[in-house]
Design a protein around this ligand. Structure first.
Ligand SMILES: *Cc1c(COP(=O)(O)O)cnc(C)c1O
Length: 421
């Protein structure tokens, strides 16, 4: 094979042999990315689900600028700082009172690793070691070995599969099969005595924007509580307004034992993650015996600049305007996606809060493999940033998106599908 000049940079989830050209982005402006040559691209997936209020949102930019000149970074073992303390207090104000402690890290995957370690450490420290984790079919929790282990197996992790640890899998609650999910979870809790059940509340993101009802989330939590299995809510994607409320768990009125937040925690401006846990879990590690220490750290744990960005984000969420914005985006999304509900090219047109998804009808995998790149090329040429998950096209915009932007996004989807079919 003749090799073209290859990039020295190895991009994520990118097959460089099929996609040699990267879009050079120079600036971000609200719901738009602006390329080096001045094209304005609508960011219809919030730059991989992280940007919430919009790119370069002024209050967040300002907080970063201020903090960068004050304290850039400090070791967080044995030290503390104002932005972390203010952020921890602010987070605890927003969540159910059963979540009492905040552990900082730097990515969603790490926040999940921390959650799993907390759950396993809890049972070891109370003298009832448990080693299994229960998960939901089609889940995604990150790309590290540990988080791939609790996520769906497939082409993305086939190379590492022999090294992934074994988990108990609860079937996804597809419409009409909700009871099977609940029965399976109850049976696993009884038989396997897992340390924890980890779940993406209401929407399974990377698994294909699969949605399930609030009542089911509530029931799954009840089953875990009744059998002494810790309930881990991975709100890395669903948090910060995506499902229509600040956190998805709010809709079910449940208080998880452990919750993971990342992506929109800083409004999408800086990498930062937190794992919140109950007092019981913290207490199980609290001891004069050093062996009970929670042995986890990343170099940038609670980076002050990232924490300052997150504090600015929290301030935005204290304003009623932000919540009104979420409702407005959800309503606009519904209006724009509605026309596809009767469209025979699509099935399962769905929405949860500000997220919409639609599945493209296709007969076989080969066909799908072929149209994926074609769709992507069409979107790229139309200056709309969309990245279908297999045959699922979804729209997850920053909240500053306008109804006109959304109309343009869906018109592009319409045209793209006509183009590839
Ligand atoms: C994106 C995502 C993660 C991983 O977060 P990173 O910051 O990419 O490591 C974990 N869980 C869910 C539900 C996600 O959507």
């Amino acid at each position: 094979m003749m090799r073209k000049a290859v990039s020295p940079i190895w991009h994520p989830f990118t097959q460089h042999a099929l996609q040699p050209e990267m879009t050079p982005v120079a600036r971000g402006d609200g719901a738009y990315l602006i390329t080096r040559d001045g094209r304005r691209i609508i960011d219809a997936i919030a730059s991989w689900w992280v940007v919430t209020h919009g790119h370069c949102h002024p209050p967040i930019v300002h907080a970063i600028q201020e903090q960068a000149g004050q304290l850039d970074q400090v070791i967080f073992a044995g030290h503390t700082h104002e932005p972390a303390e203010q952020l921890a207090a602010g987070l605890l104000d927003l969540v159910p009172p059963t979540l009492a402690h905040v552990f900082f890290s730097d990515s969603g995957a790490t926040s999940v690793e921390v959650a799993l370690k907390m759950a396993l450490g809890y049972f070891r420290n109370i003298g009832e070691p448990r080693t299994r984790i229960a998960v939901m079919q089609h889940s995604y929790h990150g790309d590290t070995i540990g988080t791939m282990s609790v996520g769906a197996r497939g082409v993305f992790n086939a190379a590492y599969e022999p090294l992934l640890f074994d988990v108990a899998v609860v079937p996804f609650p597809a419409e009409g099969f909700e009871q099977a999910t609940l029965d399976a979870l109850a049976a696993i809790c009884e038989r396997d005595r897992p340390a924890a059940f980890i779940v993406e509340p209401l929407v399974l993101g990377a698994g294909g924007m699969l949605m399930y009802p609030v009542a089911l989330l509530r029931e799954m939590h009840r089953i875990c509580k009744a059998s002494g299995v810790l309930f881990i809510a991975d709100e890395v994607m669903t948090g910060w307004g995506r499902t229509g409320t600040l956190f998805a768990c709010e809709q079910a009125g449940i208080a998880p034992d452990i919750a993971c937040y990342a992506k929109g925690l800083t409004g999408g401006a800086m990498p930062l993650a937190v794992t919140l846990c109950s007092a019981d879990i913290f207490e199980a590690h609290y001891s004069t015996d050093r062996r009970r220490t929670f042995f986890h750290s990343s170099s940038y744990t609670a980076n002050p600049i990232a924490c300052a960005a997150a504090c600015a984000n929290l301030a935005l969420w204290r304003q009623p305007e932000t919540h009104a914005r979420i409702s407005a985006v959800a309503a606009a999304q519904e209006r724009s996606v509605a026309r596809f509900r009767e469209d025979e090219r699509f099935s399962d047109v769905r929405r949860c809060g500000t997220i919409t998804a639609l599945d493209l009808h296709a007969d076989d995998e080969g066909y799908l493999a072929d149209i994926g790149p074609k769709l992507q090329a069409f979107f790229r040429d139309s200056d709309v940033l969309l990245r279908p998950l297999g045959h699922t096209i979804y729209v997850m915009p920053p909240y500053c998106v306008t109804a006109a932007d959304l109309e343009a996004i869906y018109a592009t989807i319409d045209a793209a599908v006509d183009h590839v079919i």
